[in-house]
Design a protein around this ligand. Structure first.
Ligand SMILES: [Zn+2]
Length: 264
């Protein structure tokens, strides 16, 4: 396979959406939603590359680690997740190697978001202290796969201590605190010149029906915080005119253009 030219920094902000697979939950009761209330029980698992003139950031790293793929290709699985292709291969198609990535940010620490976190251990990790603390708690949380992010322990780390963290200093890429689903759960605001403002949801919602029917999962770290974070993000969407992209929304995600295409 021909190696593509190493990507140049873009002139303006770009967002690449990678297909990092899907989830096939067998039981939706934890979402307080019956199968009949859902358009589909399937969930998408996107990963995102933010390419800014001043550097790059990965937002969420999928469920299935690249190390699980067999050399011959074909899908790999973890728990109830399946992915068709390693993230590193998808990144290479747009001219980036993991070592080109400046920042790593995770919406939160659950297993379906940290699959390839170790791949980006050379990046500077942007994380709230409460989230890092639960990631390295002993015994570890059963909601994650500690071996998939163990190398972040030694990564250069910036603790996010504010409600809004402006990654590149020009207000185009802003990590917003939205705790509740996990202690330091966060969402990502992007000001894209042509697409307009977008918020990537993390797991503020999973199914779009959660938002419509105002359902809070039973398994939240702190449900009262989730209620407050949802209200704050909904107000922020109104204020900024941003679209909300629910990352696990299978139907909406299928309509997004995937890398090598990008949003700008
Ligand atoms: Zn998730």
């Amino acid at each position: 396979m021909a190696q593509p030219h190493k990507a140049e920094p873009p002139k303006s902000l770009r967002l690449y959406v990678f297909d990092c697979g899907s989830l096939n939950p067998t039981d939706t009761s934890a979402y307080q939603l019956k199968k009949e209330e859902l358009a589909t029980t399937m969930m998408s698992v996107p990963c995102f590359l933010v390419a800014h003139p001043k550097g790059t950031m990965i937002w969420d790293t999928g469920a299935v680690p690249d190390s699980s793929f067999k050399p011959g290709g074909g899908p790999a699985t973890l728990r109830y997740a399946t992915s068709a292709k390693p993230l590193t291969a998808r990144l290479a198609e747009v001219g980036y190697a993991p070592t080109d990535i400046k920042y790593l940010a995770l919406s939160h620490f659950h297993w379906d978001h940290v699959g390839d976190a170790n791949v980006f251990a050379s990046a500077t990790w942007l994380v709230p202290k409460a989230e890092r603390d639960i990631m390295f708690s002993d015994p570890p949380s059963t909601r994650t796969e500690p071996q998939n992010f163990s190398e972040l322990k030694n990564s250069k780390t910036v603790f996010i201590a504010k409600d809004e963290y402006d990654v590149f200093g020009d207000k185009t890429v802003v990590i917003k605190s939205a705790p509740g689903h996990s202690p330091g759960h966060q969402v990502l605001f992007l000001r894209l010149a042509k697409t307009g403002p977008v918020v990537l949801s993390g797991d503020l919602y999973h199914y779009p029906e959660e938002r419509k029917l105002n359902k809070i999962p039973t398994t939240e770290f702190n449900a009262a915080q989730t209620v407050a974070s949802r209200a704050a993000v909904e107000a922020y969407l109104k204020k900024t005119g941003a679209q909300l992209w629910i990352q696990h929304d299978y139907t909406a995600n299928a309509k997004l253009k995937k890398a090598p295409a990008f949003y700008e």
